[in-house]
Structure formats: structure tokens, C-alpha cells
Write a protein that binds this ligand. Structure first.
Ligand code: ZN
Length: 339
């Protein structure tokens, strides 16, 4: 009951990359960088196990950013000439690469860290990929001229890598779709369909993570404009409930998401965010167990996976570590209370 997991990313150690940044610069190059990425991956596998998490991941240590890490292995993208673009409906500006030709994978994207993680843990292994709609919202299109067409092209490439990750022994493949919370109608119209294309043929567990973003200032400011009740999930969850995706990761603790919206996901496993990533205050096990208790009103106990609200990448490493421990301890307490 209540197996614990994290949304995906973890802070990069200061010897690997700049800290507290969403697009950090690497501290090494070439072979030294490859080695450092592998070391950081192993370090976090061990740290997640030590914290007591049941489902562990690579912490996204080998990718600069959760979207651009994938794009770096895609042919047809001009990374040398990035342009400034407002993303997530102009919530903030980012320097994004441009799609300039038909998209094709150059080869495997995440083989190194997936195989390394698999070789070093016997726990369930989750691996994250960006979702097609969120990718489309994080690149400048100079070629396709049609969002849906481009999303489907990315979905095919994601599917190739996802099938390869499954062959590497990954147990859960999760697609990150924060854009679903920004373009709710489009998400229901074609976003979920593109997501299903990305997950086509997978026999491992499939998941989607939909959040209100990392704890960066632009997101904190945006959340202030969303009012007392955040009902974005209401438009997307029915389409997801009808989809073939097995699990949905959502934001809960400290958010203004009405908890009863989780009822819309009946039949799905729900990764309930019980750890806030926008605050450095470390949750107590009691707080975590209380959130789990409240969510049990709307999610069946065998379907509830306590999780973080989002990734922990820009966070202080020590605080992130303590939050992982709080997550595991809180889930243990909830097992005592509800077992
Ligand atoms: Zn997130």
C-alpha cells in the first residue's frame, strides 16, 4: 500500500552542473561530463533507496532540462541558433531551439542512464520523457507549420525511445505534460491522443505527469493569478480517464486544486503530490500522512501513490534529500493509520 515515487528530476550536484537553475551549464565536457552524469545518476539512485522510496529514477541527471535533454538527440532541430520565445502561454521567456527539417532520432537518447540505473537497483525503476504537447510548446517551429502535425511527429520519436527504455528494463515510463494545464481544451482535443501515440505498444506501466510547474518565480507569480480554486485538471482528466495511460501524477499539497477532482480519474493509479516543490520548508511525516488521508476520500487505497508535486531540480540538494525522507516516512505513517 502507498508505494512512494518522485515526479522525476532531482538537483544536480555542484560538481556536475550549476545549481538552483532550470537550464544549468555543465561543469565538464566530453568524457569527463559523461562520467560525471553517470556518477550523479548512481548517487541519486542510492539516495532514493536510502530515503526509503519504493519506485526510483535517474533524477534526470544526464539531461540539462526535461525537454531539451530529449531534443538534443533529434535530427531536424537547430540547437546552434536558439531563439527567445514565450512559453506556457507566454508565462515566461526561454531560449528555445528551432525545428528546421523533418524530425528523426539520431539514436538512443537515454540508454546510458537507464541501463546504469537498471543495473544498480532492484527497485521499480521509473523513467521520464517530455510529452509531445509540452515539447511543441518548448521549441520554435520553422518547418511543420502545424502544431498537431509536429506533436505527432515528436510522439513517434518518443515512442521509439520509450520502447527502447522498456527493453532496457524500465518498469514505468512517464510523460511530462505541464502544457496540459495551460492549453486545457487543446489537451483534450489532441494532446491526449498525441500522448497515446507516444505510449503506443508499451506493455510496462505508463504514466503522465501534469503540474503547475517548478518552484521558479515565474510559476509562483502565475499561480497567484489562478484564483482560489485551480480547476484546470477538470477539463483534461475525463479525456485521460478514457485513455490507455495507466497512471496520472498531479499536484496536491499546498496547491489550490480541489481534491475531489481526483474522482475524475477513476480506474487510474493516482500519483498524489504530497511534497511541495515551491517551498524550502520540509514537510513533516504527519503532514504527508494527512494529505494521503484526505486523498483517500477520492482515490482507492490500492491506487494511491504518494509523490512529489513536481520535479525537485532547481532545489537545494540537502533540502531535496530531506523532502525525499519526509515522503517515505509520511507514507509509512499513512500505512500504519490506514493499514
Ligand atoms: Zn512538474
Amino acid at each position: 500500500m502507498f508505494p512512494t515515487a518522485i515526479a522525476g528530476s532531482l538537483p544536480k550536484p555542484s560538481w556536475l552542473a550549476e545549481t538552483h537553475k532550470l537550464w544549468p551549464q555543465w561543469k565538464a565536457q566530453g568524457d569527463a561530463l559523461r562520467e560525471a552524469k553517470a556518477d550523479a545518476t548512481l548517487l541519486w539512485i542510492k539516495a532514493q533507496e536510502d530515503a526509503g522510496l519504493d519506485i526510483v529514477g535517474d533524477g534526470e541527471q544526464a539531461r540539462q532540462h526535461f525537454v531539451h535533454g530529449f531534443l538534443e538527440q533529434v535530427e531536424g532541430i537547430d540547437f546552434a541558433n536558439k531563439v527567445k520565445m514565450g512559453i506556457r502561454n507566454n508565462r515566461y521567456d526561454a531560449m528555445v531551439p528551432q525545428v528546421v527539417a523533418p524530425l528523426r532520432l539520431k539514436g538512443r537518447v537515454h540508454a546510458m542512464e537507464a541501463q546504469l540505473a537498471r543495473a544498480h537497483t532492484t527497485r521499480k525503476l521509473k523513467f521520464t520523457l517530455p510529452g509531445p504537447m509540452t515539447i511543441v510548446d518548448t521549441v520554435a517551429d520553422r518547418f511543420y507549420g502545424d502544431k498537431v502535425k509536429m506533436a505527432m511527429a515528436f510522439a513517434e520519436l518518443l515512442n521509439q525511445e520509450a520502447l527502447a527504455l522498456q527493453a532496457d528494463g524500465v518498469d514505468v515510463i512517464q510523460f511530462d505534460e505541464p502544457a496540459f494545464n495551460v492549453y486545457m481544451q487543446e489537451a483534450a482535443d489532441w494532446g491526449v491522443q498525441a500522448l497515446e501515440r507516444a505510449a503506443q505498444g508499451l506493455t510496462c506501466t505508463t504514466a503522465v505527469h501534469i503540474c503547475y510547474g517548478y518552484g521558479i518565480e515565474a510559476n509562483v507569480e502565475w499561480k497567484k493569478t489562478l484564483g482560489d480554486q485551480w480547476r484546470q485538471y477538470e477539463q483534461v482528466f475525463p479525456a485521460l480517464a478514457r485513455s490507455s495511460i495507466d497512471q496520472v501524477s498531479l499536484e496536491c499539497f499546498h496547491s489550490h486544486v480541489p481534491m475531489d477532482l481526483m474522482k475524475l480519474l477513476e480506474g487510474k493509479d493516482v500519483m498524489v503530490g504530497v511534497i511541495d516543490v515551491a517551498s524550502d520548508e520540509v514537510e513533516t511525516p504527519e503532514q504527508v500522512a494527512d494529505t494521503i488521508g484526505r486523498a483517500l476520500q477520492f482515490v482507492a487505497r490500492e491506487r494511491l501513490i504518494p509523490c512529489t508535486n513536481c520535479g525537485l531540480a532547481p532545489m537545494d540538494r540537502d533540502i531535496a534529500m530531506r523532502k525525499l525522507q519526509a515522503l517515505a516516512q509520511g507514507a509509512a505513517l499513512a500505512r500504519q493509520r490506514h493499514g
